[in-house]
Design a protein around this ligand. Sequence first.
Ligand code: NAP
Length: 280
Amino acid sequence: MTVLVTGGGGRLASALLQGLARREISALAVSHQQLDICDPHELGPYIGKLRPTVIINAAAATDVDRCELHPNWAYAVNVEGVANLAEAARRVGAHLVTVSTDYVFDGAQDHPYRETDAANPQSVYGQSKLEGERLALPESTVVRTAWLTGMTGGSVLRTALARLADGDEVRFVNDQFGSPTFCWDLAEAILDLAVDQQPGLFHVVNAGETSWWGLVRELAELAGFDPEQVQPISSAELEPPRPAARPAYSVLATEALTAAGYRPLRHYSEPLAEFVSAVR
Ligand SMILES: NC(=O)c1ccc[n+]([C@@H]2O[C@H](COP(=O)([O-])OP(=O)(O)OC[C@H]3O[C@@H](n4cnc5c(N)ncnc54)[C@H](OP(=O)(O)O)[C@@H]3O)[C@@H](O)[C@H]2O)c1
């Protein structure tokens, strides 16, 4: 089995590569510079030559506000890129796994979103990811995840820790609720699905739900800072205002994963503690 990971320079890709190495699966990760998923003339021959068993697409336009301001970029990477990969995978008989987002939902619900709930994205990012999903399904695996933190790469939590360490007061919204998820747990679930070449749409997030304010308070406590350094604000108070709308509530239910016989991910507080020990 050979696994190709696109978007090799990203947070999730790095966790996937570590998981693949642990499983002793032959794998190759290619960065954006090495392989542009938007270029079918480059992609087709590359995949035709490598003939991977599975392609895991960890490449995406992930800067939500930049997507809002540059929709052509968002659609090129998140829609055309996935279409190119699906076509290239089909040609060599490879199984495609691609990753999507909780931002496909509008956030109006007050209980966790299931895979069967209607998507209604409120941002260019969410819309582009939804269109990418639809191009990949039904034969590929589509994994929707949320609020990612990795051991590598930038993240809200890493920035918050640095500011807390400087003694700053930090302000986080207490009116957006979601499923904080850690890349090393997510990567294991993605690899289980990838090895089985399990098609379908799966929500994969760590268990538990909180607001950004609640999450950063927990982070502060675990890291030994005064949780009162973390102050709640509303989304309307964010300065400067963000170009893209965020769902107020985007907690994901992971029933499809468990129904298919896979273990649900543990509560987010466990990997949160691992994150703090690793980066402090
Ligand atoms: N981060 C989150 O909170 C979050 C939440 C829900 C879902 N997701 C989804 O999870 C997946 C992984 O996200 P992540 O946080 O690991 O993202 P990331 O760290 O931003 O990594 C994405 C990678 O894709 C690369 N890329 C961009 N355009 C490309 C192209 N045309 N061809 C090839 N590579 C390209 C980027 O390279 P350059 O930087 O060099 O362009 C970057 O290395 C994405 O599908 C994302 O939508 C993320």
